[in-house]
Design a protein around this ligand. Sequence first.
Ligand SMILES: [Zn+2]
Length: 415
Amino acid sequence: MDFKKELYSRFERYVKINTQSKEESKTCPSTPGQLKLAKLAAGEMKKIGLKNVVMDRFGYVMASLPSNAAHKVPVIGFLAHLDTSPEVSGENVRPQVHKNYNGKDIVISRKDKIVLSPKTCPQLLECAGHDIITASGGTLLGADNKAGIAIVLTAMEWLIKNPGVKRGAVKIALTPDEEIGRGVDNFNVKKFGAEYAYTVDGDVAGVVEKETFNADSVAIKIKGRNYHPGLAKNLMLNAVRIAADIMSSWPENMLPETTERREGYVLFLTCSAAVEEAALKGIVREHDLGKLKKLERHLEAIVAAKKLKYPGAEIHVEFKKQYRNMKEVIDKRPEVMEHLLSAIKSQGLEPKIKPVRGGTDGARLSFMGLPTPNIFTGGYNFHGKYEWVSLDGMEKSCRTLVALAQEWEKNSGKL
Ligand SMILES: [Zn+2]
């Protein structure tokens, strides 16, 4: 099989369907384009010979590849998501291939002056000699996560065409609305039937992710006291100013715009304020749960200080749990990572384990009982006009999935 040819022809079909998800929508999937892609992919799954291909009304597509192993092998699953980011248009995406990348700037659109440069995206330098796919300006590419769908289906097709290669049963699933945080809202782990799973939704070749943020939301409510400004001396408690005071007291080195890697932050998302009343909403993020709690204690201490500074004002702070770091679950079942790392090494790649500064569908699945780390797709700069994917990286990902299915078969006798 010519992996690159297969991968590209699938990828090209998928990116032509606009599947941007939509936060404001109340339905699942949030947009009809996702159902269109789900239907197309389900048809292709049947055509290549996958079994039990089912698409439900929410747009979830599930299918299975029965085991051909002589002994019992744990069932593994591969997942990819149907939607693309709502942030940048996904309408009329025109992919272009920049063959045999020479390490210099890539002009995505001369007209719109969109130039992809290794100066701002050094990950490109790892891809010298690769075929790089970008959009053509005005839209995102949709490699996140249509590269993932193309990779999973191509890997399954290869396994079906090579029955001599032994592996256990493999389940696959396509999910809607990942980009708006609802990817597993209607996902039935039991029905899926895998014991371990992998999302194929990561970035450049070799990168795997098994760690997400711990995430809480924060809401601060402030009640001030309004007086006629002419008579306000020693009486007025201006909630607008108190809100601003709280926000500006938060350390500047603990914000999303000043942190990276494993550093946590508080992000104030919205502030609605009048003299009488104000409300702040935000999020707290940290990989380490203990440190997350420390950030929260720090914010509480700031609020306590403001209560002393503005006696009479009521200030109330509340944190709510959003999701937790999947590392906690994955570390308890280390085989899910061990086999993945061996599979990546078997492709001549050095695995790079990177913490995600966000959540993944895998984080929620892990806490639903299905440990689910994330595997690279070969792409980068997701969610924007500079998005790109290396076709060679996609091939590496695809071959990694094939090798991973065999790793589980090889090692299951010893479990
Ligand atoms: Zn994604």
